[in-house]
Design a protein around this ligand. Structure first.
Ligand SMILES: *Cc1c(COP(=O)(O)O)cnc(C)c1O
Length: 330
């Protein structure tokens, strides 16, 4: 495995901290909960897409792109961060937003939506839920090419093997930190959405022979579909970075009990998790990803999934700006 073979931009000049959440751990009375603070990554308000964009933007620049096109839901952290990276690199940015919940796009909405405007997005195109997002982005790319531009398409969530390399890198960063801290982790817990984070972590851990299971908490898809997607994606990422591709299928674990009525729709567990993280640790989670992921961790603690003195690392993938579009829920 060699991730240093790829061009990379640097959007965070430090490792993100691993913090022990003493008050939350005590409150739950279960294992020791640690948090990898990837909400503190660089670019506008941080979050996991920053790591993926370090590799994706380097690729776009190498190909001579002058515009990046990407897609996401109406309150997309990935769109906010892609726009932010484009600004930093002096590129234009066009966003294609999918109304996964009908009529959910409101140009006046707060949260990430407000930030698209503030950051001066070049264009926003809204398409109905279930649209062929790749096809929609290619249409935009065609029309830009006709005007003489050089567009570069970044897939939803930045989750191709280039973007996932950012989470292979994160896995290696975590292992280095754990060694410095002399800390042995029994489980990692992370959100599993478009999949780049989950599969990048699996690839990096496997590639480094680190035997730490990763519990992926689905925020959208059913267990079986998500596990297959993560498995396929892990094999692709492993091949890309030159890791062993003998990745065992049973190492892909997705729990789908915390999605609730659907992607981005609130649940009681999410509300409790967001409030607990805020009130016990002063840490902001988000309603769509990390809130539901923490709801999963809390539920697993209550079901005695872990031993009392296990060490569990929760990967905080960011998303807090979306909270401001959900103030009514709290
Ligand atoms: C995109 C996102 C995720 C999910 O990561 P994937 O790599 O898409 O699976 C988790 N948390 C936040 C805050 C996100 O924006």
């Amino acid at each position: 495995m060699n991730i240093n073979q790829f061009p990379k931009r640097n959007y965070t000049d430090h490792q993100t901290p691993i913090e022990y959440l003493e008050r939350l751990s005590k409150h739950l009375g279960g294992p020791n909960i640690y948090m990898k603070r990837d909400d503190l990554l660089g670019l506008t308000a941080g979050g996991n897409k920053t790591r993926k964009l370090e590799y994706l933007m380097a690729d776009a620049l190498q190909q001579g792109a002058d515009t990046v096109i990407t897609c996401g839901a109406v309150q997309s952290n990935h769109c906010r961060l892609t726009l932010s990276a484009a600004i930093k690199e002096g590129l234009k940015c066009v966003l294609v937003l999918e109304e996964r919940v009908p009529n959910s796009y409101n140009p006046e909405a707060s949260g990430n939506n407000f930030l698209y405007k503030l950051l001066g997005v070049d264009d926003i195109i809204v398409v109905p839920g279930g649209s062929d997002m790749q096809g929609e982005m290619e249409k935009v790319a065609d029309s830009l090419r006709q005007k003489g531009n050089k567009p570069y398409i970044i897939p939803g969530g930045g989750s191709n093997e280039i973007g996932s390399t950012g989470y292979v890198s994160c896995a290696l960063e975590i292992l280095e930190q754990l060694e410095e801290m002399n800390l042995s982790i029994d489980y990692m817990v992370a959100a599993s959405g478009s999949g780049g984070t989950h599969s990048g972590l699996l690839t990096g851990l496997h590639g480094a022979n680190a035997n730490i299971p990763v519990l992926g908490i689905s925020v959208n898809k059913k267990k079986q579909e998500q596990e297959q997607k993560i498995y396929n994606h892990t094999l692709k990422t492993a091949k890309h970075v030159g890791a062993n591709v003998d990745f065992p299928r049973e190492k892909v674990i997705v729990l789908d009990d915390y999605v609730g009525p659907g992607y981005s729709l609130e649940t009681e567990g999410m509300r409790e998790a967001v409030q607990l993280a805020a009130r016990k640790e002063g840490i902001l989670l988000d309603p769509v990803y990390t809130g539901k992921t923490m709801a999963g961790l809390i539920d697993l603690v209550r079901k005695d999934y872990f031993e009392k003195n296990d060490n569990v690392l929760f990967v905080h993938t960011g998303g807090a700006p979306a909270l401001y579009a959900y103030t009514d829920s709290f």
